[in-house]
Design a protein around this ligand. Structure first.
Ligand SMILES: Cc1cc2nc3c(=O)[nH]c(=O)nc-3n(C[C@H](O)[C@H](O)[C@H](O)COP(=O)(O)O)c2cc1C
Length: 163
């Protein structure tokens, strides 16, 4: 392991979010990410998210110019691992999981009711950084559902809560 790899491990645990996207027929894709951050606040609330250029979710965000970012709860751990192990291009992830999907108010992409909170985002900026797409979405609406333990990534796709 080189110095960069060793130093990067200091970032764990990372908070996990779920990115919701949908195709033209309304079929939903749910993709876990750890690489996300607020990109501005107060006057314009935004989320910056980083997705590999080949992900199905990346393709759908490019097409639809919107996404929903949800903060999942620890009860969703099994479904998160599953959604991070297959592509929505080949598998209908929603059919195999226990996500409770409801309509969003200002974007066409729906949100997950059994999560802690969800943000409806309209795409305002995109940038290719080597092989990753950096998308910035402006928050146009949000819902807070419940207080619950969040999901963290401890490295090597090991997920858990923090006590
Ligand atoms: C905990 C966890 C965190 C992940 N974080 C990211 C991330 O930040 N960016 C990314 O591009 N992929 C990330 N992935 C990988 C994608 O979720 C995974 O490859 C997914 O199957 C892509 O699905 P899609 O093709 O339907 O978009 C993560 C996976 C897991 C399990």
């Amino acid at each position: 392991m080189n110095d960069i790899e060793k130093a990067k491990k200091a970032k764990y645990p990372e908070n996990v979010a779920l990115i919701i996207t949908s195709d033209r027929k309304g079929r939903i894709d749910i993709t876990p990410i750890c690489w996300f951050t607020n990109a501005s606040w107060r006057f314009h609330e935004t989320w910056a998210i980083n997705l590999w250029k080949g992900h199905y979710s990346t393709e759908l965000i490019k097409k639809n110019k919107e996404f929903v970012l949800c903060i999942p709860s620890i009860e969703q751990k099994k479904d998160i691992s599953f959604c991070g192990s297959v592509s929505g291009r080949n598998v209908n992830k929603l059919e195999k999981c226990n996500f409770d999907i409801i309509k969003s108010s200002k974007v066409k992409t729906p949100m997950i009711k059994n999560s802690i909170a969800c943000f409806e985002c309209k795409l305002i900026k995109s940038m290719l950084v080597y092989n990753q797409m950096l998308f910035v979405g402006e928050v146009v609406a949000a819902r807070y559902f419940k207080k619950a333990k969040k999901v963290y990534h401890f490295g090597k796709y090991k997920l858990g809560a923090i006590k």
